[in-house]
Write a protein that binds this ligand. Structure first.
Ligand SMILES: Nc1ncnc2c1ncn2[C@@H]1O[C@H](COP(=O)(O)OP(=O)(O)OP(=O)(O)O)[C@@H](O)[C@H]1O
Ligand SMILES: [Mg+2]
Length: 348
């Protein structure tokens, strides 16, 4: 759906060159919710603004639905741009227009006949749950309601893509949830492709199908949410994911158990990951039954990466007569991912 190839954007301010995007390539599939994460200044907004050509890239190409929008200008570009909706952190509503007036605005610009505008506005307000607020002004609305107006306005011209730049960052957790539910609903119902920037990892974890991590203008990691969140390869990615997924050993395990295990030749501390299943404990108990191994569960939790259950269990495994390797192999054969933390033995 969206194909970004070797995109580069350089800003010059006070004679200094700032490389905001550095050879960025990405593919966003039709109908998916694609998250972009990165530190402040990493280039997220610049990237999303290039997708609708609010920002003109210096190099590279962007294709939307097979059409190269970086090659268009003038009327053609405006036409293609109408297929891309955008919502913002601070909503960017027109304060002098009513809710209905705000939603009607892009339709007026597109030259839609009046009667049709009225009908479409009603339909959109109904879709976002604001049918009863048509005649109110933005100042009379809560943040969540304002964002709903923003969403209705962005959808007015039936876009194929919705770009969201920190769309829930100004909202409280409860309101964020309701806006995310609305985004998921329109994603499913309208088959809309959604690209969202956020610094809230909970948001990514809950609704994104895929994610890209951008650091200093470069994409350092990207792929399906489960892959990136369960197996971050870069420090940049780990930094974000750490807050919502336990990817490191809990402190108390680190300090106490690792020290103890270090003394032993026949024990390991391992983190077992169960992706797509939640059957942690039965596997461990069957391990104990089949092998001459003691298992001590030190920590564990079950999470969800969008719809996929993701469980982790930190265990201390102690083999009475050797055979730890076999026990770890048994776990691996059951599709469990194993990370051994002390270095005795490492053949997992
Ligand atoms: N119009 C501009 N003129 C000059 N420099 C700019 C301009 N827009 C962005 N930049 C610079 O480009 C870099 C990337 O900015 P961008 O706004 O894309 O970051 P971001 O990842 O969206 O950050 P944040 O999370 O704070 O919104 C920054 O160093 C920023 O200062
Ligand atoms: Mg930004």
């Amino acid at each position: 759906m969206i194909e970004i190839k070797n995109l580069t954007k350089v800003f010059t301010s006070n004679g200094n060159k700032i490389v905001a995007l550095d050879d960025v390539s990405l593919t966003i599939k039709k109908g998916e919710i694609y998250g972009i994460i990165g530190l402040s200044g990493a280039g997220k907004s610049t990237l999303i603004r290039c997708i609708n050509m609010l920002e003109k890239p210096d190099q590279g190409q962007i294709f939307i639905g097979g059409k190269e929008i970086t090659a268009l200008s003038g009327r053609q570009l405006r036409k293609e741009r109408s297929k891309i909706g955008m919502i913002f952190q601070h909503f960017n509503l027109l304060s002098s227009r009513t809710v209905a007036g705000n939603v009607a605005f892009p339709l007026e610009i597109a030259g839609t006949p009046k009667a049709q505008i009225k009908e479409r506005v009603n339909e959109l307000l109904y879709l976002v749950g604001l049918a009863d607020k048509a005649n109110m002004y933005p100042a009379q609305l809560s943040g969540g309601q304002k964002q709903r107006v923003g969403i209705a306005r962005a959808l007015a011209n039936n876009p194929e893509v919705l770009l969201c730049d920190e769309a829930t960052s100004a909202l409280d957790p409860q309101t964020t949830k309701s806006i995310l539910a609305l985004l998921q609903d329109i994603n499913k119902r309208l088959g809309l492709t959604i690209v969202l920037i956020t610094h809230e990892m909970e948001v990514v974890k809950e609704i994104c199908d895929s994610v890209a991590v951008i650091d200093n203008g470069k994409i350092v990691e990207n792929g399906p949410l489960v892959n990136v969140f369960a197996h971050p390869r870069t420090e940049a990615a780990r930094r974000f994911i750490k807050g919502v997924i336990q990817i490191d050993l809990p402190e108390e395990v680190k300090e106490y158990h690792l020290r103890q295990v270090d003394d032993s030749k026949s024990a390991v501390i391992a983190r077992l990951s169960f992706i797509g299943t939640s059957a942690g404990e039965p596997v461990v108990s069957s391990l104990v039954r089949h092998f001459d191994v003691d298992a001590n569960i030190l920590a564990g939790n079950i999470d969800h990466l969008k719809d996929v259950p993701f469980g982790t269990l930190v265990v201390e495994l102690r083999a009475k007569n050797g055979g730890l390797d076999k026990a770890l192999k048994y776990l691996a054969e059951r599709g469990i991912e194993i990370e051994v933390f002390n270095d005795e033995p490492t053949s997992a």
